[in-house]
Each structure stands twice: as C-alpha cells, then as structure tokens.
Ligand binder design. Structure first.
Ligand code: UGA
Length: 454
C-alpha cells in the first residue's frame, strides 16, 4: 500500500519505518526542512535503539519530504503523527494537528483514502479532523467530499527506548472508526503484523510464545479514550506503588519485595510497579492532565487520576527533602545527578525528573553536576540556561560531591565501581531514586544509602 505519515517524531518515524519494513511504500512528511534533509541522509534525529538499523534496512520503501503534494494524492492511508504538546489548562495544543488535517484536505485526489489519527488527541478529535479535511477539500475542489476519505483513530502504545519492539510485537492493535471500509483498509495494512507473518529482524527476534496480535475494532470515541485510559492507568500504577513505598519506608518493609509480591497476582501484573522518583516523559503528564481536563468539561472530577499526578509531583520534592535532611544545608553543596533523560535508552528530556530536581537544588544554592550516557548533547541544546555542569563520565560527575542522586536507571550505573566513586567524593550520601543499586554493597563501600521507599 502507499502510505503517508505526517510528523517524524518518535511515533511517526517508528511507524513509518515499521510499515516500510513490512513492505509498504511509505513517505514521511515533516515541515522541518533540516530534519527532512538529515533523514534523507540517513541520520535519525533522536536516540532510539534499533531505529537506525530498521530505517536503513527499509530504505527502498521509505522516503522523506516536506511536500504534501509529493505523496498525499497517491496515498491509500495517511497517518497524522504530529506533536500535541501541552497547551493551557491541561488541554493539548492542537495547532499541528489542525495544519496536518488542512494540508491533507488540500491535496486529496478524490480516490478513497483513510486518514488515521495516531497522535494522542482529545476525545472527539476524530470528528474535528474530519471536518477540517472536508472543508479544505471542498474549498479546493468545489465538490462534496462524501466517499473521498474517512477518519480513523489508531492510538499508539509504543514506549520510547523500546519503540521498535513495541511496534513489531504489540500486545494489541486498536482501530477506531465509524465505517466498515476503513476498518478493512487498516486490517490489510496491518495484516503481516497482526498475523506475525513477517520475518523478524535479526536484532529483535520475535518473543517466544508470541501469537497473533488481537485487533480491537472500536468506534472513534472509544479508541481515543482507550489511549488516555491506558496511559492514565499505567501512571496511577506507578503512583500507587510510590504511595505504598512511602508506607514501606515507615514500617521498615522492602518495596521491591512488596511490588513482586503483589505483582505476581495475575490480576495485578508485575510491570509498571517500579517504585522511585516517578514518571516523566511527554506522555503520562500530558495525558493525565488532558484526561482530568476532559472529565472536567463533562462535570466529572477524575479524582483518582488527580491524586496520581499529585503523588508524582511530590516524589520529586522528596528527593530534595531527603537531601536536606541528610546534609542540613544545601547552599554551597555539590550534588551529582546520574541520568538526565526521563528514562533509560532515550535522549528525551521532556518532563524529565532530573530537570525539576536540578532546578530545585540550584534554587537552594547547591551546585549541580550531572552525567547521562546519551542525553547530554540534547540537554546542552535544549536547556542552555540551566546551570548544570555536564561531565564525561559518572565517575567525574561524582568526584568531590556531597551527594549522588541516581535519577535514571541506566544499566551501566549498576555496574559502576562504586567503591572508588565513594573514595573520590567529599560526602557519603547516595540517594538511589530508582531502587536500582545493591544496598548492601553500597553500605559496605561506605555510602549512606537512601531511597525514596524504605
Ligand atoms: C508511555 C506508555 O508506556 C506507552 O504505552 C505510550 O505509547 C506512550 O507513553 C505514549 O503515550 O506515547 P513512555 O512515556 O515512552 O511510554 O515510557 P514509559 O516506559 O511508559 O515510562 C514513563 C515513565 O514512567 C518514565 O519516566 C519511567 O521511568 C516511569 N516508570 C515506568 C516508573 O517510574 N516506574 C515503572 O514501573 C515504569
């Protein structure tokens, strides 16, 4: 099939590369000329494991352009995967979505095409996009748009850092549409993925016991709500374990054992029960805010989601509170942050806890040093005014510090020579914000080991 994807962020580029890998002819459209030029030269604009290999391998099926005219008129499926950054009052800013919908309407050829919303958009956006595409098409052609296109919602569930794995081996595919023909087109598009008939790439073998992927065929509003409800549920699972973690600390329990003990109940599940600093990233914060805002528009309170957000905010404050308790005075202290990215295996800094923590420490007069295996160059570009000294290694970052805070659970931090790090420090406090490290080993090395949960 001929496919256009508008937006080359995590979702758009991953989707485009996966569909090209599955054998479709894919054109990725982005308004950013520099980004498109880089992609044409084979450069991936962000860090995502295996994406460079996937793009290189699917090159013959993949092209990049800034011009809607180049592929919209000949596409059978058009994905909208533009950013929906946080706007005012918790509602996302939909200006890029609107521009994409208008652009599509201006270039549709008149043969039936499915316009798919992959961006996370407020409930009801499917209908809104429909009206914008329709208006633009009718204005240009002076013809009725009936039968020319249909809008579907196909929410994305990939996680940054494991985006390719999640896209090739999803738990489910959700398609929302109010029209049978649309669902059939998308079924054909995804058939190799749903039936798992493609040859798995050598670098990402198919998991054992992976069977056919369930397809949830729903109406538009349900598909849109599924996305928000899934992200909010995962966010509240994390906030729940963090709340239990606070209690674990008081009663002397081990939160890792508690999480395992409850998670092995199949009704609960072990995943997303990792206690610590809490969630960051571009999705959970924005989507929980949007869910609260939408509920509010309908006179509902969404109190559980609000509480999860509040717990997440407090976890970041607790990092500073714990350091204060230990060091008594932060003014003039030097604190090392290990990890800047909002999670491991990405260089994405959006809503990263490290930024918040660095700001709070600086406000209190501390000096902040930091290290991250991949996110430092992006940090320099995006946060030039945040006064953090970046260091080439974790060891250098910790040197002469009063305390180390492990903010992002990069695996390489587990393997550090903690004994020699301790000897190079001025103080002995280590706050393990992700419960990653071996408490006994660190205590033996002379650290005063702290965590956010017992
Ligand atoms: C999240 C969802 O997991 C995806 O399914 C969804 O597609 C995506 O949002 C989106 O809406 O685009 P992502 O934000 O990339 O994916 O990353 P996650 O792996 O979900 O992690 C989010 C945050 O939660 C990270 O800061 C992570 O450190 C934190 N987290 C995660 C925990 O604190 N504990 C856990 O047990 C799991």
């Amino acid at each position: 099939m001929n496919v256009s994807i508008i937006g080359t962020g995590y979702v758009g580029l991953t989707t485009g590369a996966c569909l090209a890998f599955l054998g479709h002819k894919v054109t990725c459209i982005d308004a950013d000329e520099r980004k498109v030029k880089a992609l044409q030269a084979g450069k991936i604009p962000f860090y995502e494991p295996h994406l460079p290999e996937l793009v290189a391998g699917a090159r013959h099926n993949l092209s990049f352009t800034t011009e809607y005219a180049q592929s919209i008129p000949t596409s059978q499926v058009i994905f909208i995967a533009v950013g929906t950054p946080p706007g005012q009052n918790g509602a996302p800013d939909l200006k890029y979505l609107e521009a994409a919908a208008r652009g599509i309407g201006e270039y549709l050829s008149g043969d039936f095409v499915v316009v798919v919303n992959k961006s996370t958009v407020p409930i009801g956006s499917g209908n809104w996009v429909e009206s914008i595409v329709r208006d633009a098409y009718e204005k240009r052609t002076s013809k009725k748009a009936n039968g020319v296109f249909a809008v579907a919602s196909n929410p994305e569930f990939l996680r940054e850092g494991s985006a390719i794995f999640d896209s090739l081996y999803p738990d489910r595919v959700v398609v929302g549409s109010d029209n049978q023909r649309t669902a059939e087109v998308l079924y054909s598009l995804y058939r190799p993925l749903l039936e798992q008939t493609f040859i798995a790439p050598s670098y990402l073998p198919r998991p054992d016991r992976m069977g056919a992927v369930p397809l949830i065929s729903a109406d538009l509003a349900s598909a849109e709500l599924i996305k928000y409800a899934a992200n909010a549920f995962l966010a509240l699972k994390i906030s729940y374990i963090n709340e239990i973690g606070q209690l674990a600390e008081k009663v002397g329990a081990d939160i890792t054992q508690v999480a395992k003990g409850i998670g092995l109940d199949a009704r609960i599940g072990t995943r997303f029960l990792q206690a610590g600093i809490g969630w960051g990233g571009s999705c959970f914060g924005k989507d929980t805010a949007a869910l609260v805002a939408t509920a509010g528009e309908y006179g509902l309170d969404a109190g559980i989601v609000k509480a999860a957000r509040e717990m997440n905010r407090r976890q970041r404050e607790r990092v500073v509170d714990k350091l204060l308790d230990e060091l008594k005075i932060l003014k003039g202290r030097t604190i090392c942050l290990l990890g800047l990215a909002f999670k491991p295996d990405t260089d994405d800094l959006r809503e990263a806890p490290a930024l918040d923590i660095a700001r709070k420490l600086i406000e209190r007069g501390a000096r902040v040093k930091a290290h991250d295996p991949v996110a430092m160059s992006r940090f320099l570009q995006e946060y030039p005014d945040l006064d953090v000294t970046l260091c080439a290694s974790a060891e250098e970052a910790a040197q002469d510090c009063d305390a180390v805070v492990l903010v992002t659970e990069w695996q390489q931090y587990r393997e550090l020579d903690w004994e020699s790090i301790k000897n190079s420090m001025r103080g002995q406090v280590l706050l393990d914000g992700r419960n990653l490290l071996d408490r006994a080993r660190l205590a033996k090395a002379g650290f005063r080991y702290l965590s956010l949960a017992g």
